[in-house]
Write a protein that binds this ligand. Structure first.
Ligand code: ADP
Length: 229
């Protein structure tokens, strides 16, 4: 893929549930390596938009291209392969609660058939990064909300995805941890991951000068990052 081609491209897209569109006429392109906030009030359609970009929901109208591929013409196997290049942090974490921190984060690598020694090396490295290495053997059900969030982030990035989606990733943590998590996303972005974060936290978005897609009244509008002269 060339860098000039957008990694995500929406042309006149509509998406919704049971024949009723939540968003309509959505049109934007995201460059590979960009950092984007998706903003809007609760119920504006942020999770719906992310579900479509993560390829678990199809547009009801228009063209959606991810990694340059039109998803309307992609079969189930192709979509599954594309999803392997995407990491997601869900709002409700979706961890396997009865399993350990280690096993939750190792899961995507085990699915890929990586050897256990390399898996261990990677998981430990990442746990140090999210400052959870002391909890490696803890069962997930015993963790606090903020700790679970960090496990979910570690699991989402262990595969070194090309795109990372996070739905309200600072929702269950205090502002100190929220800033720490944001720094992780910024670091990931610096090494080339395209990062897309849905949030209704205006304090968060105003603290970082990144482009923003604002959802309002069923429409999406892109506001570029401020240019420093
Ligand atoms: P946000 O993430 O911005 O809070 P959502 O994408 O969750 O917004 O919701 C957008 C709209 O879609 C809301 O009106 C919500 O009630 C509706 N919605 C969300 N999920 C479903 C669903 N599974 N079935 C029907 N309507 C839904």
């Amino acid at each position: 893929m060339t860098n000039s081609q957008p990694i995500i491209d929406l042309q006149n897209v509509a998406v919704g549930y049971n024949g009723t569109d939540v968003l309509d006429n959505v049109q934007f392109q995201l460059d590979s390596g960009s950092f984007t906030f998706i903003t809007g009030k609760s119920g504006a359609g942020k999770t719906t938009l992310l579900s479509m970009l993560y390829l678990i929901k199809k547009p009801s109208k228009g063209i959606l291209k991810v990694f340059g591929q039109n998803i309307n013409f992609s079969n189930r196997d192709t979509l599954a392969q594309m999803r392997q290049r995407i990491g997601v942090v869900f709002q409700d974490f979706r961890l396997l609660e009865s399993m350990s921190v280690y096993d939750n984060i190792a899961l995507p690598l085990r699915v890929r058939g990586m050897n256990e020694k390399e898996i261990y090396r990677r998981v430990v490295e990442l746990l140090q990064w999210v400052e959870l290495h002391k909890s490696i053997n803890k069962q997930c059900s015993t963790l606090s909300g903020g700790e679970k969030q960090r496990v979910a982030i570690a699991r989402a990035v262990i595969n070194r995805p090309d795109i990372l989606f996070a739905d309200e990733p600072t929702g269950s943590v205090d502002s100190e941890i929220a800033n720490k998590l944001m720094r992780l996303f910024v670091e990931l972005n610096k090494v080339g991951t395209t990062v897309i974060i849905a949030t209704h936290n205006e304090q968060l978005t105003s603290s970082y000068n990144y482009q923003r897609i604002d959802l309002r009244d069923g429409s999406a509008r892109l506001y570029p990052a401020l240019q420093h002269i």
